[in-house]
Design a binder for this molecule. Structure first.
Ligand SMILES: [Zn+2]
Ligand SMILES: [Zn+2]
Length: 280
């Protein structure tokens, strides 16, 4: 299991991606439902300051400070730079938990900024923040995870497997390969809709999907299933995970999703049901 999450529009959203020990957003009940797994979290990326995305943070920090677990590990929190609401909230949490037994590090991030997750010779990964369209008053970010990979240099593409093996043996693998960064995951935060250029080359896309019926959307600040399905057609996405779904659709969600699934058969479609803990 790599992913665990809970999400219901207006109430709460949090998604934990265990391979990088990243929590995306921290809505209410995150510490209750993650239980002692809260100690595994290394990074928390907050997409914006709406209550349903940050209200579980205080409890999470308190749990991690007082429950039985390894308190030695640092916890890093990243949030959109200049967000006064989040800054006030974080300073309140630090005031009331002045005797924290672990290192709480807080970093404001901007559109385009990169956060290094690991930087060893074999394994380089970073998160890159990007601006998303949500509400007028709230600066909102999405996040990509990038991983360094290697591929065969263009000029060796026509060689046979034997010739490639021979070259690698005599000249070393760095001689025949070139490095590139692959987008392995994208988290949308809350948004009207992501841009195609942001998501067409990602492997796992978490996209908010508040509305399963376009007519229910009153303002242009949340996404609809119809628009998302159009957006992902013809992309390289392998897994699409929809979250932030309104509780009003709880009874018909499976039926609606089955209809859209047929339109994007090449993509694995998952959705986080409101009121149900999601695991993958
Ligand atoms: Zn929200
Ligand atoms: Zn929001």
């Amino acid at each position: 299991m790599n992913i665990i999450g809970y999400s219901k529009a207006l109430y709460t959203t949090w998604i934990y991606y265990s391979p990088e020990r990243i929590l995306f957003d921290a809505g209410e009940c995150v510490s209750t439902l993650m239980n002692n797994k809260v100690y595994a979290i290394k990074h928390i990326f907050l997409s914006h300051g709406h209550v349903d995305h940050i209200s579980g943070l205080w409890s999470l920090i308190n749990t991690r400070n007082n429950a039985m677990g390894d308190r030695g590990k640092d916890l890093n929190i990243y949030y959109p730079k200049g967000n006064k609401g989040i800054e006030e909230y974080l300073s309140f949490i630090q005031k009331v938990n002045s005797d924290l037994r672990f290192n709480l590090k807080i970093f404001p991030v901007e559109d385009g900024e990169e956060v290094v997750l690991r930087n060893s010779k074999q394994n380089k990964k970073f998160v890159k923040a990007f601006r998303v369209k949500h509400t007028q008053s709230e600066k909102s970010l999405g996040f990509h995870i990038f991983e360094e990979r290697k591929r065969l240099k263009e000029k060796f593409k026509n060689l046979s497997q034997e010739e490639i093996t021979e070259l690698a043996r005599t000249k070393g693998s760095d001689f025949i390969t070139t490095k590139y960064y692959s987008k392995i995951l994208t988290f949308s935060g809350d948004t009207y809709l992501l841009k195609k250029s942001d998501i067409e080359d990602t492997e796992i896309l978490f996209h908010e999907c508040t509305f399963l019926n376009k007519e229910d959307r009153k303002y242009n600040n949340h996404a609809t299933i119809e628009d998302i399905v159009e957006l992902v057609k013809g992309t390289k996405i392998k897994k699409l995970i929809l979250y932030h779904i309104s509780g009003r659709y709880a009874r018909k969600i499976d039926r609606v999703m089955a209809e859209y699934k047929n339109q994007i058969e090449e993509i694995e479609l998952y959705y986080i049901k409101p009121d149900k803990l999601f695991k993958l």
